[in-house]
Design a protein around this ligand. Structure first.
Ligand code: HEM
Length: 451
Protein backbone atom coordinates (compact mmCIF):
# COMPACT_ATOMS: atom_id res chain seq x y z
CA UNK A 1 0.00 0.00 0.00
CA UNK A 2 2.87 2.35 0.88
CA UNK A 3 4.04 2.45 -2.77
CA UNK A 4 0.75 3.88 -3.99
CA UNK A 5 0.84 7.62 -4.80
CA UNK A 6 -0.95 10.34 -2.85
CA UNK A 7 -4.01 11.81 -4.60
CA UNK A 8 -3.28 14.81 -6.87
CA UNK A 9 -2.98 18.12 -4.99
CA UNK A 10 -4.56 21.44 -6.07
CA UNK A 11 -1.77 23.32 -7.90
CA UNK A 12 -2.67 26.78 -6.47
CA UNK A 13 -0.34 28.24 -3.80
CA UNK A 14 -1.57 27.06 -0.39
CA UNK A 15 -2.52 30.58 0.79
CA UNK A 16 -4.68 30.97 -2.32
CA UNK A 17 -6.34 27.61 -1.70
CA UNK A 18 -7.19 28.75 1.84
CA UNK A 19 -8.51 32.12 0.66
CA UNK A 20 -10.72 30.60 -2.05
CA UNK A 21 -11.89 27.82 0.25
CA UNK A 22 -13.05 30.41 2.80
CA UNK A 23 -14.89 32.49 0.18
CA UNK A 24 -16.19 30.07 -2.46
CA UNK A 25 -15.61 26.48 -1.29
CA UNK A 26 -18.01 24.80 -3.67
CA UNK A 27 -16.55 26.53 -6.74
CA UNK A 28 -12.99 25.56 -5.73
CA UNK A 29 -13.96 21.94 -4.99
CA UNK A 30 -15.87 21.66 -8.29
CA UNK A 31 -12.92 23.02 -10.28
CA UNK A 32 -10.52 20.61 -8.57
CA UNK A 33 -12.81 17.66 -9.12
CA UNK A 34 -13.11 18.51 -12.84
CA UNK A 35 -9.37 18.86 -13.37
CA UNK A 36 -7.89 16.40 -10.83
CA UNK A 37 -10.54 13.66 -10.67
CA UNK A 38 -12.82 12.25 -8.01
CA UNK A 39 -10.10 11.99 -5.31
CA UNK A 40 -7.93 15.07 -4.79
CA UNK A 41 -6.30 17.07 -2.01
CA UNK A 42 -6.18 20.65 -0.81
CA UNK A 43 -3.24 21.83 1.29
CA UNK A 44 -3.77 24.84 3.54
CA UNK A 45 -0.83 26.77 5.10
CA UNK A 46 0.38 25.09 8.30
CA UNK A 47 -2.38 22.45 8.17
CA UNK A 48 -2.64 18.79 7.21
CA UNK A 49 -3.73 17.62 3.74
CA UNK A 50 -7.48 17.52 3.17
CA UNK A 51 -8.61 14.85 0.69
CA UNK A 52 -12.01 15.25 -0.99
CA UNK A 53 -14.06 12.50 -2.63
CA UNK A 54 -16.60 13.32 -5.31
CA UNK A 55 -17.87 10.03 -6.77
CA UNK A 56 -20.28 7.44 -5.35
CA UNK A 57 -17.58 4.76 -5.62
CA UNK A 58 -15.15 6.83 -3.55
CA UNK A 59 -17.88 7.77 -1.03
CA UNK A 60 -18.76 4.09 -0.65
CA UNK A 61 -15.16 3.30 0.31
CA UNK A 62 -15.18 6.13 2.88
CA UNK A 63 -18.41 4.96 4.49
CA UNK A 64 -17.46 1.27 4.45
CA UNK A 65 -13.90 1.66 5.77
CA UNK A 66 -13.23 -0.19 9.04
CA UNK A 67 -14.28 2.06 11.94
CA UNK A 68 -10.79 2.11 13.48
CA UNK A 69 -9.20 3.46 10.26
CA UNK A 70 -11.09 6.75 10.31
CA UNK A 71 -11.71 8.88 13.39
CA UNK A 72 -14.07 11.83 13.75
CA UNK A 73 -13.56 12.89 17.37
CA UNK A 74 -10.38 14.89 16.85
CA UNK A 75 -11.47 16.88 13.80
CA UNK A 76 -15.04 17.48 15.01
CA UNK A 77 -13.77 18.60 18.43
CA UNK A 78 -11.32 20.99 16.77
CA UNK A 79 -14.12 22.88 15.00
CA UNK A 80 -17.14 22.32 17.23
CA UNK A 81 -15.77 21.35 20.64
CA UNK A 82 -14.97 24.87 21.84
CA UNK A 83 -18.49 26.02 21.06
CA UNK A 84 -20.69 23.08 21.89
CA UNK A 85 -18.61 20.78 24.11
CA UNK A 86 -16.77 17.58 23.30
CA UNK A 87 -18.65 14.88 25.24
CA UNK A 88 -21.31 14.50 22.54
CA UNK A 89 -22.05 11.99 19.77
CA UNK A 90 -20.38 14.21 17.16
CA UNK A 91 -17.10 14.23 19.06
CA UNK A 92 -16.85 10.62 20.26
CA UNK A 93 -15.22 7.61 18.62
CA UNK A 94 -15.10 3.86 19.19
CA UNK A 95 -17.21 2.19 21.88
CA UNK A 96 -18.14 5.51 23.55
CA UNK A 97 -19.64 6.67 20.23
CA UNK A 98 -21.59 3.43 19.76
CA UNK A 99 -22.97 3.61 23.32
CA UNK A 100 -24.14 7.20 22.85
CA UNK A 101 -25.71 6.43 19.47
CA UNK A 102 -27.65 3.53 21.01
CA UNK A 103 -29.16 5.99 23.41
CA UNK A 104 -29.96 8.76 20.94
CA UNK A 105 -31.09 6.99 17.75
CA UNK A 106 -34.44 5.74 19.16
CA UNK A 107 -35.21 9.20 20.59
CA UNK A 108 -34.74 10.97 17.25
CA UNK A 109 -36.55 8.55 14.92
CA UNK A 110 -39.62 9.52 12.85
CA UNK A 111 -41.69 6.97 14.78
CA UNK A 112 -40.76 8.29 18.23
CA UNK A 113 -41.61 11.84 17.19
CA UNK A 114 -44.77 11.26 15.13
CA UNK A 115 -46.84 12.19 18.22
CA UNK A 116 -45.44 15.75 17.95
CA UNK A 117 -46.63 16.35 14.37
CA UNK A 118 -49.80 18.24 15.36
CA UNK A 119 -47.88 20.41 17.81
CA UNK A 120 -45.33 21.32 15.12
CA UNK A 121 -48.07 22.03 12.58
CA UNK A 122 -49.76 24.40 15.04
CA UNK A 123 -46.46 26.18 15.71
CA UNK A 124 -46.04 26.64 11.94
CA UNK A 125 -49.60 27.88 11.46
CA UNK A 126 -49.19 30.46 14.24
CA UNK A 127 -45.99 31.73 12.70
CA UNK A 128 -47.43 31.86 9.19
CA UNK A 129 -50.41 33.87 10.44
CA UNK A 130 -48.02 36.40 11.97
CA UNK A 131 -46.54 37.18 8.54
CA UNK A 132 -48.03 40.39 7.17
CA UNK A 133 -48.62 40.38 3.45
CA UNK A 134 -46.51 42.92 1.59
CA UNK A 135 -43.93 43.12 4.39
CA UNK A 136 -40.49 41.95 3.21
CA UNK A 137 -38.70 39.64 5.66
CA UNK A 138 -35.82 37.11 5.51
CA UNK A 139 -37.36 33.66 5.26
CA UNK A 140 -34.18 31.98 6.55
CA UNK A 141 -34.41 33.71 9.95
CA UNK A 142 -38.03 32.61 10.30
CA UNK A 143 -37.24 29.01 9.37
CA UNK A 144 -34.22 28.84 11.70
CA UNK A 145 -36.39 30.21 14.52
CA UNK A 146 -39.20 27.77 13.82
CA UNK A 147 -36.99 24.71 13.77
CA UNK A 148 -35.09 25.87 16.89
CA UNK A 149 -38.31 26.46 18.86
CA UNK A 150 -39.65 23.05 17.89
CA UNK A 151 -36.38 21.33 18.76
CA UNK A 152 -36.18 23.12 22.12
CA UNK A 153 -39.74 21.94 22.88
CA UNK A 154 -38.83 18.34 21.97
CA UNK A 155 -35.51 18.30 23.76
CA UNK A 156 -36.35 20.30 26.89
CA UNK A 157 -40.08 19.52 27.25
CA UNK A 158 -43.22 21.64 27.23
CA UNK A 159 -44.00 22.30 30.90
CA UNK A 160 -42.31 25.69 31.05
CA UNK A 161 -42.94 27.74 27.87
CA UNK A 162 -41.23 30.78 29.40
CA UNK A 163 -38.03 28.82 29.96
CA UNK A 164 -38.20 27.49 26.38
CA UNK A 165 -38.65 31.01 24.98
CA UNK A 166 -35.65 32.25 26.98
CA UNK A 167 -33.47 29.31 25.96
CA UNK A 168 -34.42 29.68 22.27
CA UNK A 169 -33.66 33.38 22.35
CA UNK A 170 -30.26 32.88 24.07
CA UNK A 171 -29.31 29.96 21.80
CA UNK A 172 -30.21 31.97 18.71
CA UNK A 173 -27.99 34.80 19.94
CA UNK A 174 -25.13 32.38 20.69
CA UNK A 175 -25.52 30.64 17.33
CA UNK A 176 -25.49 33.92 15.40
CA UNK A 177 -22.35 35.04 17.24
CA UNK A 178 -20.51 31.73 17.49
CA UNK A 179 -21.41 29.19 14.83
CA UNK A 180 -21.20 31.81 12.06
CA UNK A 181 -17.94 33.38 13.30
CA UNK A 182 -14.80 32.98 11.20
CA UNK A 183 -12.99 32.31 14.50
CA UNK A 184 -14.54 28.83 14.64
CA UNK A 185 -12.18 27.72 11.87
CA UNK A 186 -9.15 29.37 13.57
CA UNK A 187 -8.58 27.70 16.95
CA UNK A 188 -5.26 29.55 17.36
CA UNK A 189 -7.10 32.92 17.45
CA UNK A 190 -9.64 31.86 20.04
CA UNK A 191 -8.39 34.08 22.88
CA UNK A 192 -10.82 34.95 25.61
CA UNK A 193 -9.65 38.49 26.50
CA UNK A 194 -12.71 39.37 28.51
CA UNK A 195 -16.39 39.72 27.83
CA UNK A 196 -16.05 42.36 25.09
CA UNK A 197 -13.30 40.66 23.05
CA UNK A 198 -14.59 38.77 19.96
CA UNK A 199 -14.00 35.26 21.37
CA UNK A 200 -14.86 36.38 24.94
CA UNK A 201 -18.30 37.50 23.73
CA UNK A 202 -18.92 34.07 22.21
CA UNK A 203 -17.83 32.28 25.39
CA UNK A 204 -20.09 34.51 27.48
CA UNK A 205 -23.08 33.69 25.22
CA UNK A 206 -22.19 29.98 25.38
CA UNK A 207 -22.10 30.05 29.20
CA UNK A 208 -25.52 31.73 29.35
CA UNK A 209 -27.02 28.83 27.37
CA UNK A 210 -25.14 26.16 29.31
CA UNK A 211 -26.25 27.60 32.61
CA UNK A 212 -29.94 27.55 31.54
CA UNK A 213 -29.64 23.88 30.54
CA UNK A 214 -27.79 23.13 33.80
CA UNK A 215 -30.63 24.67 35.85
CA UNK A 216 -33.11 22.44 34.04
CA UNK A 217 -31.06 19.30 34.77
CA UNK A 218 -30.58 20.18 38.44
CA UNK A 219 -34.33 20.85 38.82
CA UNK A 220 -35.27 17.52 37.18
CA UNK A 221 -32.87 15.58 39.41
CA UNK A 222 -34.20 17.34 42.54
CA UNK A 223 -37.94 17.19 41.84
CA UNK A 224 -39.29 14.19 39.93
CA UNK A 225 -42.67 15.90 39.50
CA UNK A 226 -40.99 18.18 36.92
CA UNK A 227 -39.94 15.22 34.79
CA UNK A 228 -41.80 14.61 31.53
CA UNK A 229 -40.84 12.54 28.52
CA UNK A 230 -38.58 15.11 26.86
CA UNK A 231 -35.36 13.98 25.20
CA UNK A 232 -33.36 15.53 28.06
CA UNK A 233 -35.37 13.67 30.72
CA UNK A 234 -34.85 10.41 28.88
CA UNK A 235 -31.12 11.09 28.63
CA UNK A 236 -30.91 11.95 32.35
CA UNK A 237 -32.66 8.86 33.63
CA UNK A 238 -31.66 6.19 31.10
CA UNK A 239 -28.28 4.50 30.97
CA UNK A 240 -26.34 4.73 27.71
CA UNK A 241 -25.65 1.63 25.58
CA UNK A 242 -22.74 0.74 27.92
CA UNK A 243 -24.84 0.91 31.12
CA UNK A 244 -23.43 4.30 32.24
CA UNK A 245 -25.48 7.37 33.24
CA UNK A 246 -24.40 10.74 31.86
CA UNK A 247 -23.14 13.43 34.24
CA UNK A 248 -24.48 16.99 34.07
CA UNK A 249 -21.70 18.47 31.92
CA UNK A 250 -21.91 15.57 29.43
CA UNK A 251 -25.68 16.07 29.22
CA UNK A 252 -25.17 19.76 28.50
CA UNK A 253 -22.59 18.95 25.78
CA UNK A 254 -25.01 16.53 24.12
CA UNK A 255 -27.95 18.96 24.24
CA UNK A 256 -25.82 21.85 22.90
CA UNK A 257 -24.67 19.65 20.01
CA UNK A 258 -28.22 18.47 19.25
CA UNK A 259 -29.59 22.01 19.17
CA UNK A 260 -26.76 23.05 16.87
CA UNK A 261 -26.90 19.97 14.59
CA UNK A 262 -30.66 20.01 14.36
CA UNK A 263 -31.78 23.57 13.79
CA UNK A 264 -29.58 25.39 11.27
CA UNK A 265 -29.56 22.37 8.94
CA UNK A 266 -33.32 21.81 9.01
CA UNK A 267 -34.18 25.53 8.96
CA UNK A 268 -31.77 26.08 6.05
CA UNK A 269 -33.17 23.19 3.99
CA UNK A 270 -36.71 24.30 4.65
CA UNK A 271 -35.84 27.72 3.26
CA UNK A 272 -34.25 26.20 0.16
CA UNK A 273 -37.22 23.91 -0.37
CA UNK A 274 -39.68 26.82 -0.27
CA UNK A 275 -37.41 28.82 -2.57
CA UNK A 276 -37.32 25.93 -5.09
CA UNK A 277 -41.12 25.67 -5.02
CA UNK A 278 -41.52 29.45 -5.42
CA UNK A 279 -39.27 29.31 -8.49
CA UNK A 280 -41.16 26.35 -10.04
CA UNK A 281 -44.90 27.12 -9.96
CA UNK A 282 -45.76 23.98 -11.98
CA UNK A 283 -44.04 21.76 -9.41
CA UNK A 284 -45.73 23.63 -6.56
CA UNK A 285 -49.12 23.10 -8.27
CA UNK A 286 -48.36 19.40 -8.69
CA UNK A 287 -47.39 19.13 -5.01
CA UNK A 288 -50.61 20.86 -3.92
CA UNK A 289 -52.68 18.49 -6.03
CA UNK A 290 -50.88 15.39 -4.64
CA UNK A 291 -51.37 16.73 -1.10
CA UNK A 292 -55.07 17.27 -1.79
CA UNK A 293 -55.41 13.66 -2.97
CA UNK A 294 -53.90 12.26 0.26
CA UNK A 295 -54.65 14.87 2.93
CA UNK A 296 -57.85 16.40 1.51
CA UNK A 297 -59.35 19.09 3.77
CA UNK A 298 -57.68 17.67 6.89
CA UNK A 299 -54.65 19.29 8.51
CA UNK A 300 -51.41 17.40 7.82
CA UNK A 301 -51.15 14.81 10.61
CA UNK A 302 -48.93 11.91 11.68
CA UNK A 303 -50.98 9.54 9.50
CA UNK A 304 -49.80 11.46 6.41
CA UNK A 305 -46.06 11.06 7.08
CA UNK A 306 -44.36 9.24 4.18
CA UNK A 307 -47.76 8.88 2.43
CA UNK A 308 -47.13 11.58 -0.20
CA UNK A 309 -44.18 10.29 -2.29
CA UNK A 310 -44.13 13.50 -4.38
CA UNK A 311 -43.56 15.56 -1.18
CA UNK A 312 -40.61 13.33 -0.22
CA UNK A 313 -39.28 13.62 -3.78
CA UNK A 314 -39.47 17.45 -3.64
CA UNK A 315 -37.43 17.37 -0.41
CA UNK A 316 -34.88 14.93 -1.86
CA UNK A 317 -34.50 16.97 -5.05
CA UNK A 318 -33.95 20.10 -2.94
CA UNK A 319 -31.09 18.34 -1.11
CA UNK A 320 -29.52 17.67 -4.52
CA UNK A 321 -30.32 20.98 -6.20
CA UNK A 322 -29.51 23.30 -3.28
CA UNK A 323 -26.95 21.45 -1.10
CA UNK A 324 -26.73 22.91 2.39
CA UNK A 325 -22.96 22.66 2.65
CA UNK A 326 -19.96 22.33 0.33
CA UNK A 327 -18.91 18.96 1.86
CA UNK A 328 -19.63 16.74 4.85
CA UNK A 329 -18.60 13.61 6.73
CA UNK A 330 -15.06 14.60 7.52
CA UNK A 331 -12.74 12.21 9.33
CA UNK A 332 -9.07 12.00 10.29
CA UNK A 333 -7.22 9.03 8.83
CA UNK A 334 -6.06 6.95 11.84
CA UNK A 335 -4.50 4.13 9.81
CA UNK A 336 -3.48 4.50 6.14
CA UNK A 337 -6.30 3.68 3.74
CA UNK A 338 -6.24 2.81 0.08
CA UNK A 339 -8.84 4.29 -2.22
CA UNK A 340 -9.72 3.43 -5.79
CA UNK A 341 -10.73 6.47 -7.82
CA UNK A 342 -11.77 7.07 -11.42
CA UNK A 343 -8.15 8.05 -12.27
CA UNK A 344 -6.23 5.44 -10.28
CA UNK A 345 -5.51 4.06 -6.84
CA UNK A 346 -4.18 6.28 -4.07
CA UNK A 347 -3.16 6.04 -0.45
CA UNK A 348 -4.27 8.43 2.29
CA UNK A 349 -1.62 8.33 5.05
CA UNK A 350 -2.46 8.64 8.76
CA UNK A 351 -3.05 12.27 9.71
CA UNK A 352 -4.79 13.28 6.45
CA UNK A 353 -8.33 14.62 6.75
CA UNK A 354 -10.87 13.14 4.33
CA UNK A 355 -14.36 14.39 3.45
CA UNK A 356 -16.99 13.68 0.82
CA UNK A 357 -18.44 16.27 -1.58
CA UNK A 358 -22.04 15.16 -2.10
CA UNK A 359 -22.97 18.54 -3.71
CA UNK A 360 -20.57 17.77 -6.58
CA UNK A 361 -22.03 14.28 -7.00
CA UNK A 362 -25.50 15.82 -7.15
CA UNK A 363 -24.44 17.88 -10.18
CA UNK A 364 -22.89 14.98 -12.14
CA UNK A 365 -24.81 14.50 -15.39
CA UNK A 366 -23.89 10.79 -15.49
CA UNK A 367 -25.75 10.29 -12.20
CA UNK A 368 -28.46 12.96 -12.51
CA UNK A 369 -29.21 13.76 -16.18
CA UNK A 370 -29.99 17.43 -16.79
CA UNK A 371 -28.54 18.32 -13.38
CA UNK A 372 -29.27 22.06 -13.58
CA UNK A 373 -32.98 21.37 -13.74
CA UNK A 374 -35.16 20.95 -10.62
CA UNK A 375 -37.02 17.66 -11.25
CA UNK A 376 -38.48 15.86 -8.20
CA UNK A 377 -39.69 13.07 -10.53
CA UNK A 378 -36.14 11.73 -10.75
CA UNK A 379 -36.48 10.55 -7.13
CA UNK A 380 -39.80 8.83 -7.83
CA UNK A 381 -38.14 6.55 -10.37
CA UNK A 382 -35.88 5.08 -7.66
CA UNK A 383 -32.94 4.60 -10.02
CA UNK A 384 -30.21 5.80 -7.64
CA UNK A 385 -28.05 3.75 -5.36
CA UNK A 386 -27.34 4.65 -1.73
CA UNK A 387 -24.01 6.36 -2.45
CA UNK A 388 -25.16 8.60 -5.36
CA UNK A 389 -26.88 10.87 -2.90
CA UNK A 390 -25.77 11.18 0.73
CA UNK A 391 -26.94 14.47 2.29
CA UNK A 392 -27.10 12.79 5.72
CA UNK A 393 -23.61 11.26 5.45
CA UNK A 394 -23.26 7.53 5.84
CA UNK A 395 -21.76 4.44 7.40
CA UNK A 396 -21.47 4.22 11.16
CA UNK A 397 -21.82 8.00 11.54
CA UNK A 398 -24.87 8.66 9.39
CA UNK A 399 -26.92 11.61 10.76
CA UNK A 400 -28.58 10.50 14.00
CA UNK A 401 -31.42 12.99 13.50
CA UNK A 402 -32.36 12.17 9.90
CA UNK A 403 -35.74 10.66 10.85
CA UNK A 404 -36.68 13.74 12.84
CA UNK A 405 -35.38 16.02 10.07
CA UNK A 406 -37.51 14.29 7.40
CA UNK A 407 -40.54 14.52 9.69
CA UNK A 408 -40.03 18.26 10.21
CA UNK A 409 -39.46 18.93 6.52
CA UNK A 410 -42.60 17.05 5.46
CA UNK A 411 -44.85 18.75 8.02
CA UNK A 412 -43.44 22.22 7.39
CA UNK A 413 -43.40 22.12 3.59
CA UNK A 414 -46.91 20.61 3.39
CA UNK A 415 -48.33 23.14 5.88
CA UNK A 416 -46.65 26.26 4.53
CA UNK A 417 -47.28 25.56 0.85
CA UNK A 418 -50.98 25.03 1.57
CA UNK A 419 -51.26 28.27 3.56
CA UNK A 420 -49.22 30.86 1.65
CA UNK A 421 -47.63 31.77 -1.64
CA UNK A 422 -44.04 32.87 -1.21
CA UNK A 423 -42.44 35.36 -3.53
CA UNK A 424 -38.67 36.00 -3.27
CA UNK A 425 -37.87 39.69 -3.73
CA UNK A 426 -34.87 39.04 -6.00
CA UNK A 427 -35.14 37.06 -9.20
CA UNK A 428 -31.54 35.81 -9.11
CA UNK A 429 -30.78 33.90 -5.92
CA UNK A 430 -27.15 34.23 -4.82
CA UNK A 431 -25.64 31.63 -2.50
CA UNK A 432 -23.44 32.68 0.45
CA UNK A 433 -21.76 31.00 3.39
CA UNK A 434 -23.75 30.98 6.63
CA UNK A 435 -21.30 29.47 9.14
CA UNK A 436 -20.46 25.98 7.90
CA UNK A 437 -23.51 25.90 5.59
CA UNK A 438 -24.52 27.48 2.28
CA UNK A 439 -27.56 29.76 2.43
CA UNK A 440 -29.44 32.18 0.16
CA UNK A 441 -27.90 35.66 0.25
CA UNK A 442 -29.48 38.05 2.77
CA UNK A 443 -31.45 35.13 4.24
CA UNK A 444 -33.80 35.14 1.19
CA UNK A 445 -35.93 38.27 1.50
CA UNK A 446 -39.54 37.37 0.56
CA UNK A 447 -43.11 38.62 0.51
CA UNK A 448 -46.00 36.26 1.21
CA UNK A 449 -49.67 36.13 0.26
CA UNK A 450 -52.19 34.03 2.20
CA UNK A 451 -53.96 31.48 -0.04
C1 HEM B 1 -31.94 18.59 7.03
C2 HEM B 1 -31.43 18.34 8.18
C3 HEM B 1 -30.14 17.65 8.48
C4 HEM B 1 -29.08 17.35 7.66
C5 HEM B 1 -28.92 17.63 6.18
C6 HEM B 1 -28.08 16.69 8.46
C7 HEM B 1 -26.86 16.22 7.98
C8 HEM B 1 -25.92 15.59 8.75
C9 HEM B 1 -24.63 15.13 8.27
C10 HEM B 1 -24.13 15.28 6.84
C11 HEM B 1 -23.98 14.58 9.32
C12 HEM B 1 -22.58 13.98 9.30
C13 HEM B 1 -22.65 12.51 8.91
C14 HEM B 1 -21.28 11.89 8.70
O1 HEM B 1 -20.33 12.30 9.38
O2 HEM B 1 -21.16 11.00 7.83
C15 HEM B 1 -24.84 14.67 10.48
C16 HEM B 1 -24.51 14.19 11.73
C17 HEM B 1 -25.32 14.32 12.83
N1 HEM B 1 -26.57 14.90 12.87
FE1 HEM B 1 -27.61 15.66 11.31
N2 HEM B 1 -28.55 16.60 9.75
C18 HEM B 1 -29.80 17.16 9.80
C19 HEM B 1 -30.63 17.25 10.91
C20 HEM B 1 -30.33 16.76 12.15
C21 HEM B 1 -31.22 16.81 13.29
C22 HEM B 1 -32.65 17.35 13.28
C23 HEM B 1 -30.53 16.28 14.35
C24 HEM B 1 -30.96 16.10 15.77
C25 HEM B 1 -31.77 16.86 16.42
C26 HEM B 1 -29.22 15.88 13.87
C27 HEM B 1 -28.25 15.28 14.64
C28 HEM B 1 -27.04 14.82 14.16
C29 HEM B 1 -26.05 14.16 15.00
C30 HEM B 1 -26.15 13.89 16.51
C31 HEM B 1 -24.97 13.84 14.16
C32 HEM B 1 -23.65 13.15 14.57
C33 HEM B 1 -23.69 11.69 14.13
C34 HEM B 1 -22.42 10.94 14.52
O3 HEM B 1 -21.33 11.52 14.47
O4 HEM B 1 -22.56 9.76 14.84
N3 HEM B 1 -29.13 16.18 12.53
N4 HEM B 1 -26.02 15.29 10.11
Amino acid sequence: MQSLPLPPICPLPSWKQAARFAKEPLELLTECSETLGDIFCLKFPGAEHWAFLSSPHAARQLFRAPRDHLAAAQIHSRFLGALFGTDATFCLDGQAHKNRQKMLVPLLSTKANARHVSLFRQMIEERVLSWESDRVFPLLTEMHRLSLQFLVRLVLGGKDPQFNAQLSERFEHFSALGARSQLVAMPKLQWNLGRWSPWGKIIHAREEVRSLIRDKIVAARRDRSLVEDSILDQLIFKADGGGEFLGDESLIDEIMNLLFAGHETTGGFLTWCLECLAGHPNIRAELLSRLDEVVGDQPFGPEHLDKVPYLTAVIQETFRFRPAGPFSSFRTVAQPIELEGERGRFVLPAGFVVAQCFPIMGKRADLFPNPESFEPERFLRGDHNAYDWTPFGGGGRVCTGRGLAMLELQVAVATIVRKVEIEPVHEQIQVERCGHLLAPAGGLPVRVRLR
